[in-house]
Design a protein. Structure first.
Length: 192
């Protein structure tokens, strides 16, 4: 998620200023949207959120094969997911094909690898980062990345994702290839 936007919190009604922005308050803010929120707004919500483990409990569950997506809410403008990762789980290399979004690390450590795509050269490595609990990062259009929980972490990872508009068909990429594949995630699939 290569785009990090610095935000200023203010007292405008659409901005959230409380340090105790709970999961129900975040869901209410998302469900009240009447247009696609800007990436800066998503960052503000996630940076301000103080979500307890108890609030997330209904959305926590792990699989052994790959990470698990749990939808919290969705409307035509925005969606929120909780992803649960065991050590070694990772996404395919992908973009969000017209959606932007933010991710907050709830527990564990998130690794992200960023890429550039050239139609002639194919996929190229750009950089890598890692994020500690409480960190917020984001992905703008047309960022290409791969997220994961490193094998060496030896701990589970829980992340909170907000996308606007909701994810649809994603583009996936493979190193050494100029081919771009399409993938449509749904609630029963593990891909982000």
């Amino acid at each position: 998620m290569s785009t990090h936007v610095e935000t200023e919190r203010d007292l405008q009604s659409e901005k959230i200023v409380s340090n105790d922005f709970s999961l129900p308050a975040l869901v209410k803010a998302l469900e009240s949207q009447t247009s696609v929120p800007a990436l800066e707004q998503i960052y503000d919500w996630l940076e301000t959120a103080s979500i307890s483990s108890e609030e997330l409990q209904p959305y926590i569950g792990f699989k052994e094969g790959n990470y698990w997506r749990h939808r919290v809410c969705r409307n035509e403008f925005v969606e929120m997911l909780v992803l649960c990762w065991r050590p070694g789980h990772r996404t395919p290399i992908h973009d969000h094909n017209g959606s932007h979004g933010g991710v907050k690390v709830q527990e564990g450590r998130l690794w992200e690898t960023l890429f550039n795509y050239d139609a002639e050269k194919g996929l190229e490595y750009k950089s890598a980062r890692d994020y500690a609990p409480g960190s917020v990062t984001g992905s703008d259009i047309p960022d290409i990345h791969q997220l994961g929980n490193p094998d060496v972490s030896e701990q589970d990872l829980i992340t909170i994702h907000v996308y606007a508009p909701p994810l649809g068909v994603l583009h996936t990429y493979k190193p050494g290839s100029t081919t771009i594949d399409l993938y449509t995630p749904d609630d029963t699939e593990q891909f982000l």
